[in-house]
Design a protein around this ligand. Structure first.
Ligand code: GLC
Length: 421
């Protein structure tokens, strides 16, 4: 597959579920606890004996992802704490040697593959147990040992689990927080590492967090369009500071917010990776489960507006350099069809402006009915009539508009023209 084909497939999948699960889940204070509380490695390692997720938890994650309408998943195979959820010749600090003595990555891969989901691995380059990460000059042997672990483990992950679709590195930043990406890449030997990955998994998608650009950008907690590459915006359902399980986690996003993020990611031509942080026993907390089920219910009805959609240039589908917006909501598109995703329903009439392509038909996805409309070729104003007064879908109602060609935004040669009609 070439880059375009890979990205097309990636966009068709559009929506993924991220799973942050590790020893930190047992503490309930987020995945950074070891470092933020500076817990010495030996002491932290004691947690491993109590790592005992209930059998079948990976299947539960997969079932939830399917119910949410996600087409792929990404699991933290090893986070910054260094505990691997897979069998490894390069580390004994694994879920196979301690606690439950199971290969959680294998359980996840098997379940996801069976459900037809595409498979992503998150892998942290940094490992807080190695002084050589923090002070490479002072502890050169430890840095070498860390690199040996990385190369060995990434090879294991790319070899032992069949076809892997996405590799998401993390923790590639410099311990002293110098913003020099080429230097990060050099530190991790990213060129060599990624060449090995591509040899083992020729069609894989790799993110840019090793310092080397590769295929996708993965901004956190915000929906963004990529500067040069495809974007996968990743986000938490609860409070944004942690991804792993936090027992008392306030500020859960509403299903409306989650759907709006997904739509925004789609209208920018990118993907949305929504995170869950399973409980210590691997189960998914109700706050996350309920929201994902609601998102899935909405996606079922509105699938065609989201999976595999393309950027649309009509107002409300943000265009780089344009400040215009349609306050009701953005557009996505598939070839000649525009999908106006209305977050703020305006009642029985909807008006879109600067529509430069003739309109053939207007349908509401929520009820499958067609609605009368006027399109003025001169002004580009599209008025849709007799719509329901109340939002037909309280979460986000999608108006499907069939155009005679790819919908174009009408150019405004005189910005003041509209004032006098
Ligand atoms: C960050 C954090 C990490 C989290 C990740 C998710 O880089 O260090 O805890 O796993 O982003 O993308």
């Amino acid at each position: 597959m070439n880059y375009e084909e890979k990205m097309l497939l990636f966009n068709q999948n559009r929506f993924g579920i991220y799973v942050h699960f590790g020893l930190y889940s047992l503490l309930g204070r987020g995945e950074w606890t070891m470092y933020s509380e500076r817990i010495p490695a030996k002491e932290y390692a004691k947690l491993a004996d109590s790592f005992n997720p209930k059998p079948g938890c990976a299947e539960e994650w997969v079932e939830t992802a399917v119910a949410a309408g996600a087409k792929y998943m990404v699991l933290t195979t090893r986070h910054h704490e260094g505990f691997s959820l897979f069998d490894s010749k390069y580390s004994d600090f694994t879920s196979v040697k301690y606690g439950c003595k199971r290969d959680i990555v294998r359980e996840y891969v098997d379940a996801a593959r069976k459900a037809g989901l595409r498979i992503g691995f998150y892998y942290s380059l940094l490992d807080w147990r190695f002084p050589g990460y923090f002070e490479p000059e002072k502890y050169p042997e430890s840095k070498e040992a860390l690199l040996k672990q990385i190369f060995g483990q990434v090879r294991e992950l790319m070899t032992n689990y069949g076809k892997i679709d996405i590799l998401e590195y993390d923790g590639g930043w410099d311990a002293k927080l110098r913003l020099d990406r080429p230097q990060w890449a050099e530190f991790w030997h990213a060129a060599e590492l990624n060449a090995m990955v591509r040899e083992l998994q020729p069609d894989i998608i790799i993110n840019d967090r090793s310092g080397k650009d590769e295929d996708i950008e993965t901004p956190e907690q915000v929906v963004k369009s990529g500067v040069q590459r495809m974007t996968e915006s990743c986000m938490c359902i609860g409070d944004s500071c942690t991804w792993g399980y936090v027992r008392f986690n306030p500020n859960w996003k509403t299903p409306e917010q989650l759907i709006q993020h997904l739509v925004q990611a789609a209208q920018l031509g990118g993907n949305y990776l929504l995170n869950i942080g399973p409980c210590p026993d691997g189960s998914i907390r109700n706050e996350e489960l309920e929201r994902l089920q609601i998102v899935g219910g909405w996606l079922k009805e509105n699938a065609e507006a989201i999976y595999g959609s393309q950027r649309c240039e009509l107002i409300g589908a943000s265009q780089p350099g344009l400040v215009d917006l349609n306050l009701q909501g953005p557009w996505t598109r598939k070839d000649n069809i525009g999908y106006w995703c209305i977050f703020r329903w305006g009642g029985s009439q909807a008006t879109a402006v600067l529509v430069g392509t003739p309109v053939k038909k207007v349908t509401l996805l929520a009820n499958g009915r067609d609605y009368p409309f006027d399109w003025d070729a001169k002004t580009g104003k599209l008025k849709i009539y007799d719509l329901p007064i109340l939002p037909p879908d309280p979460l986000c109602s999608v108006i499907k508009v069939e155009f005679s060609d790819v919908p174009r935004r009408m150019e405004e040669t005189d910005l003041a023209d509209w004032i006098n009609g």
